[in-house]
Design a protein. Structure first.
Length: 179
């Protein structure tokens, strides 16, 4: 028999989801209101900012697949045991790879809406960081529905794939493979 205390508490999701929504909106508002500098911030080791962004996003994109495979393993869906630290560290590194990219996008370019691809990319970037905030805040909470982390993780994966498609893939197919 299931008691009231045994049931998942979807209300516990409210705080992480609200915080994530605030992060999304704050990034979008900042990106739109902050006058873009047009200045590329530190493309260390790269010829320009665009190749830096394309390659760092590609690294995060590859690690996103490691995240999916390791999550499936952790949830017993693969029949292969991948240590939990692989999931944690691939996620940390993927997130760290996105920081210089996001900083450059927000600081140098801002949220743009003139070109459909760039609008989608801008919105996906805001969505990615909002979902990331929600997932990080949901992780330590107990009693959440079982679908919470897979849904938030899937949202992160989908956002990162969309970001890669609208930036790195576009860069490599339009401009070429450059460093």
């Amino acid at each position: 028999m299931t008691t009231v205390t045994d049931r998942p508490a979807p209300a516990g999701l409210l705080t992480p989801l609200l915080a994530g929504a605030l992060v999304m909106v704050a990034l979008g508002v900042y990106g739109r209101l902050h006058p873009p500098t047009g200045f590329a911030v530190g493309p260390a080791g790269f010829s320009q900012a665009l190749p830096m962004k394309a390659w760092l996003t590609t690294g995060a994109f590859v690690l996103a697949f490691v995240q999916v495979v390791s999550a499936l393993s952790m949830w017993g869906r693969l029949g292969v045991d991948i240590p939990a630290w692989v999931h944690r560290w691939s996620g940390r590194v993927a997130f760290l790879l996105t920081i210089p990219v996001a900083f450059h996008c927000l600081y140098a370019l801002g949220l743009q809406y003139d070109v459909p691809r760039v609008l989608v990319h801008s919105l996906l970037g805001c969505f990615f960081y909002g979902v990331f905030a929600a997932k990080m805040l949901a992780l330590p909470r107990r009693g959440l529905p079982g679908w919470t982390l897979p849904l938030l993780g899937g949202g992160l994966f989908a956002a990162l794939v969309g970001l890669w498609l609208t930036s790195s893939l576009w860069f490599f197919t339009t401009i070429g493979v450059k460093f």
